[in-house]
Design a protein around this ligand. Structure first.
Ligand code: WT7
Length: 659
């Protein structure tokens, strides 16, 4: 377990709740919150069953809530049928929401496009009719490799409408990662764009798809649908490739939604684990959508006139739940942004909040920290220069937010009048799990506070014993919840091993270290496994290591995370070459080459910040690489730990000096 877990809690500041927000909050205060928690504690089935009936539209009502007969493969509402897209779009037709703006899309270059719920419904139906005409149907799997756009929402919703399981691959991943995912899900359809535009640059997507599909194992892909974003020329494979705009031409604007079982896989999303290749996290339709919608109402406290903005990319779970599914099911107006927070300047977020009168803003600590740096170096980029009074709630997700960044966000963006919601969750949890609620929870900077109603969380030690407040341990969730991961696609054994190991005594093991304070608040201390968090992106050290050793010159590599003031963690790689240890210019040249190599193997986010060469790695006599020592070396700190089990202690000096 990481040493960070033993750190002592020193934060004593408490803020809120805020009357202005509490007065209208959907969960009106601590009593209302406790009542919901108690309802769930007293009767878990009754609680979720009631909410699922109240908030979702069912084609075939369920009679059973939780089916735990095959635990930990829990099933929810599993004799019920519904359609997710109908629950996001059709439900608003014939209501005032139909003519309300669903998405305010702001392009990289600032151009703004608005689309109403009715128009979005029609676009989704047209596209669904298009893919149906190509022969795709319920049970098929589609890979989606698209930029932030109205089109990606259309594509995902159209898949959901037909019962096609989608797997979105983040546009920043390489063709190699794309290929792996195409093979693993057994995709028959790929939806992409010619290029994406970010920060004033065009980045090719279609060519990466071409490359991925030229590799073995993708023969099942029959079509590649291409959204024309930039208009740049792309290679074309006749019979396989189709322009999105040509496919939808003349298609009807209604398309019957296909009812699916509540357990039908809505999507598979890959995320890094501590070992092996990324895991395909499989999510359900009914339970997932229920919780996506409920957290919009509970956590974000959405109202009819809200302008919601989640800055995440749709390639991550945050974009799935809080752009594509939650906001639409809730019928809220949302902002969607194609670009990056620093283009054309680091004031882009603040300008956009002002321009679109954003009321709920949800972003990542890494973005906040980089904008703090920018604001401190140039006053023009400081949020105080902008009218941010439209904001009511501001949120954070993806990694621990340090108290300094929290305070800056609270003071300068929220102007001390908006609650900061530090939402803890994961790809696997589907939705928020531990989070403050706007009208309920007194806030402590750096704490994700309390579990949502229906969630029972605890801290355990390595024997599964529950730990008292003030003691660091493993974060677990004691009871199943509707939006939880169902399995790892194609690998149920790995699912059990990763999340329900015997030590966890039947609880869901999150993979994070945490502790509670005397008020029961949760403080997340970081991952307990070999998973790094770089700019809010999850990265397995093993993944980076296997990418590195795939390089012909590399004999061995070990990767660790180093704390970084902006990105949270940075990747530091220790490399043994199949040739003598390089120095000077040669070392720099090789480091550059290896960085680019990793960029091609995984994606630019995985590129090591620093590479150090040595003639060996610190190993135990049994040959195990001692990463905990490498973590110290990466920090350029003196090693005070016991090194007596090391086979080759001298190597530590060499690696320290290689800096
Ligand atoms: C891991 C999950 C949740 C969607 C985006 C990331 C870390 C996430 C917080 C938070 C401290 C956090 C955890 C978690 N994490 N949110 N509020 N405070 N840590 O999803 O890629 O599946 O990563 O991100 O370590 O396990 P993900």
């Amino acid at each position: 377990m990481s040493s960070a877990i033993d750190s002592v809690l020193t934060e004593t500041r408490v803020f809120g709740p805020f009357d202005r927000v509490a007065a209208t909050a959907n969960i009106s205060g601590m009593d209302a919150y406790r009542a919901l928690c108690e309802e769930a504690e007293a009767d878990l089935d009754g609680f979720w069953g009631r909410l699922a009936r109240e908030h979702l539209v069912w084609d075939k009502p369920f009679t059973r809530v939780l089916n735990d007969s095959d635990a930990p493969f829990y099933r929810w509402f599993d004799d019920g049928e519904l359609n997710v897209s109908a629950n996001c779009l059709d439900r608003h037709l014939g209501t005032p929401t139909a003519n309300k703006t669903a998405i305010i899309f702001e392009a990289d270059d600032g151009q703004v496009t608005r689309i109403t719920y009715k128009e979005l419904y029609e676009r989704v139906c047209q596209f669904a009719n298009g893919i149906k005409s190509l022969g795709y149907k319920k049970g098929d799997r589609a890979i989606i490799y698209l930029p932030m756009s109205i089109e990606v929402v259309v594509a995902m919703q159209a898949c959901a409408r037909l019962g096609i399981t989608h797997s979105v691959v983040f546009g920043g991943f390489s063709s190699k990662s794309l290929h792996e995912r195409c093979v693993d899900v057994g995709a028959t359809l790929v939806i992409t764009a010619d290029e994406q535009k970010r920060g004033g640059r065009n980045i090719p997507l279609k060519s990466a798809v071409d490359e991925a599909l030229s590799q073995a194992g993708t023969e099942g892909v029959r079509h590649v649908i291409v959204y024309r974003r930039s208009g740049s020329s792309v290679e074309w494979k006749d019979g396989r490739d189709i322009w999105m705009h040509e496919l939808v031409e003349g298609q009807g604007t209604d398309c019957e939604p296909v009812p699916v079982n509540a357990e039908h896989p809505l999507f598979i999303l890959y995320t890094s684990g501590s070992t092996g290749k990324p895991k395909g996290v499989q999510h359900s339709s009914g339970g997932y959508l229920l919780s996506a919608l409920l957290t919009m109402l509970w956590t974000f406290d959405v109202k009819d006139d809200d302008i919601f903005w989640c800055t995440a990319d749709v390639g991550w779970v945050t974009g799935h739940t809080y752009i594509v599914y939650g906001p639409l099911a809730a019928g809220v107006t949302q902002i969607m942004f194609e670009g990056v927070p620093t283009y054309p300047t680091a004031a882009r977020f603040w300008e956009m909040i002002e321009r679109h009168q954003c009321t709920i803003f949800y972003t990542a600590p890494t973005a906040i920290r980089s904008l703090i740096k920018a604001a401190e170096s140039n006053d023009e980029y400081h949020p105080k220069k902008f009218d941010l009074t439209s904001l009511r709630i501001i949120g954070s997700v993806g990694e621990p937010i340090n108290p300094e960044a929290w305070m800056w966000y609270f003071t300068h963006v929220g102007r001390e009048r908006c609650p900061v919601l530090d939402t803890w969750w994961q790809t696997e949890t589907g939705v928020h799990i531990l989070t403050p609620l706007p009208g309920v929870t007194p806030l402590k900077p750096g704490s994700c506070t309390l579990p949502l109603p229906g969630i029972e969380a605890a801290i355990i030690d390595e024997n599964g014993q529950e730990l008292p407040p003030g003691t660091g341990g493993f974060l677990v969730i004691k009871k199943p919840w509707p939006a939880m991961i169902r399995t790892i696609w194609g690998d149920p054994e790995r699912f059990k091993k990763s999340y329900f190991p015997p030590e966890a005594k039947g609880y869901y093991l999150a993979g994070d270290g945490a502790q509670r304070d005397a008020d029961g608040y949760f403080w997340i201390m970081g991952r307990i496994d070999d998973v790094l968090n770089v700019s809010g992106h999850r990265l397995g050290t093993m993944e980076v290591e296997s990418a590195m050793v795939a390089h012909p010159l590399v004999a061995e590599a070990a990767v660790v995370g180093r704390q970084d003031a902006t990105t949270g963690e940075a990747v530091v790689a220790f490399v043994v070459l199949k040739r003598p240890v390089p120095t000077g210019e040669e070392a720099q040249q090789l480091a550059r080459e290896l960085r680019d190599w990793v960029g091609k193997e995984i994606g630019p986010i995985a590129k090591p910040r620093e590479i150090r060469f040595g003639e060996n790695l610190p190993k135990t006599r049994s040959g195990k690489i001692m990463r905990r020592l490498l973590r110290v070396v990466a920090l350029n700190e003196e090693i005070t730990q016991d090194v007596s089990t090391l086979e080759n202690p001298a190597i530590l000096d060499q690696l320290s000096q290689a800096y």
